[in-house]
Design a protein around this ligand. Structure first.
Ligand SMILES: NC(=O)c1ccc[n+]([C@@H]2O[C@H](COP(=O)([O-])OP(=O)(O)OC[C@H]3O[C@@H](n4cnc5c(N)ncnc54)[C@H](OP(=O)(O)O)[C@@H]3O)[C@@H](O)[C@H]2O)c1
Length: 335
């Protein structure tokens, strides 16, 4: 079988290699992959920016879906032929997050899925939600569950509340779609009017171009009658946090999940104190939360926004497309 190998950190060092078929051990399952989806994290991992101490050579990419081809001893509930998708923080089943779970995240440091056949712990696999094909299911594990984590697990979003979400990438578009499915009002920002038109087609109530409105938090305040958003999905990090704090209402939630503009900044913390904001760090979510998301999707059908599909042989091109930032929603790789 063929698998991508990263020999050294850099996209140019990602290449296809012939590898022996992996065999599942106790508690493990072999999956023939049918689709992958890309996350910004994959780029950071490949460039060595996520963790320069990761052991190489290794197979990257976190999210995918496929068909069980074999199960090892002591595996219950899964058998050959089952359609499954990955659960990113494989060791986090339920309950509070623990630091040691970071070592179990798929796509390094734990196994990556950019291979024709992968072996994963059984607990890292869930059935596909009803009505989802492999490509659609492959978009869910990080992006949709992170949006769910921000809106539901941490944000306790209620109908009629206002969600502010930054940019039109994978997490943000799922935040838009999930929030609309929960009857919230959505304000979304983007660098591009064209992308904002797409966001309106997807149900966004208000759109702001942060290039032409660099003081975008003022527009959020205007749109909310001076109050601010109930929940802000903070994808941007260092460069956007100050405005996100100002754009969020007193007692509101700022779900800190991204670092598109970096991790270190000089931030005025006054709004945190004066508005008693809750800043929540997000690390995707547990398997139990993923099951709750799948149950929600069964009741509220939602079509993942797939920007482009690349063949497996063109995974590096798919990652380069993500680097350009020209996509809306998710980029998928199909086998
Ligand atoms: N903590 C977690 O659990 C978790 C989980 C998933 C993702 N993340 C992080 O969340 C971020 C988004 O991930 P993703 O996979 O959704 O990325 P993505 O699909 O690559 O989305 C990137 C998009 O973000 C927008 N963007 C870039 N700079 C921005 C800025 N200054 N202000 C507002 N938007 C900006 C751009 O959209 P426009 O052109 O429309 O502006 C860009 O296309 C990344 O930092 C990722 O590492 C964290």
């Amino acid at each position: 079988m063929r698998a991508y190998q990263l020999d050294r950190f850099a996209l140019d060092h990602l290449h296809l290699a012939d590898m022996p078929d992996p065999v599942p051990g106790p508690g493990e399952v072999a999956v023939d992959m049918r689709a992958l989806s890309l996350n910004y994290r994959d780029l950071l991992v490949i460039r060595g920016q996520y963790n320069p101490n990761l052991r190489l050579p290794a197979t990257p990419i976190s999210d995918g879906a496929g068909v069980v081809s074999a199960v090892g001893p002591d595996v219950r509930g899964l058998r050959a032929g089952d359609a499954v998708m990955t659960h990113f923080v494989a060791g986090w089943i339920d309950g509070p997050f623990r630091e040691q779970y970071v070592a179990t995240t798929l796509g390094l440091p734990a196994a990556g899925v950019a291979a024709e056949r992968v072996v994963l712990p059984a607990q890292a696999l869930l059935p596909l939600p009803a009505g989802f094909d492999f490509q659609q299911a492959a978009t869910l594990p990080i992006a949709a569950l992170t949006a769910w984590s921000a809106l539901v697990t941490e944000g306790n979003l209620q109908p009629g509340q206002v969600v502010l979400t930054l940019g039109t990438g994978g997490v943000s578009v799922f935040a838009l779609q999930l929030a609309k499915a929960m009857n919230a009002t959505v304000i979304i920002t983007s660098s591009s009017d064209e992308k904002l038109a797409r966001a309106r087609e997807l149900g966004a109530d208000h759109t702001i171009n942060y290039r032409t409105r660099p003081d975008w938090h003022r527009e959020v305040l205007r749109l909310t009658g001076g109050r601010g958003a109930d929940i802000t999905v903070e994808n941007g990090g260092a460069g956007t946090l100050s405005q996100s704090l100002r754009a969020t209402r007193a007692g509101g939630v700022v779900a800190m999940l991204g670092a598109l503009t970096g991790l270190s900044a000089d931030v005025n913390l006054a709004p945190v104190l004066m508005k008693r904001l809750r800043i929540c760090g997000i690390m995707v979510d547990s398997r139990a939360a993923f099951e709750r998301l799948c149950a929600f999707l069964a009741q509220h059908p939602l079509e993942p926004v797939i920007d482009r599909v690349f063949p497996f042989e063109q995974l590096p091109d798919a990652l380069r497309w993500m680097e350009t930032g020209r996509h809306v929603g998710k980029i998928v790789v199909a086998f």
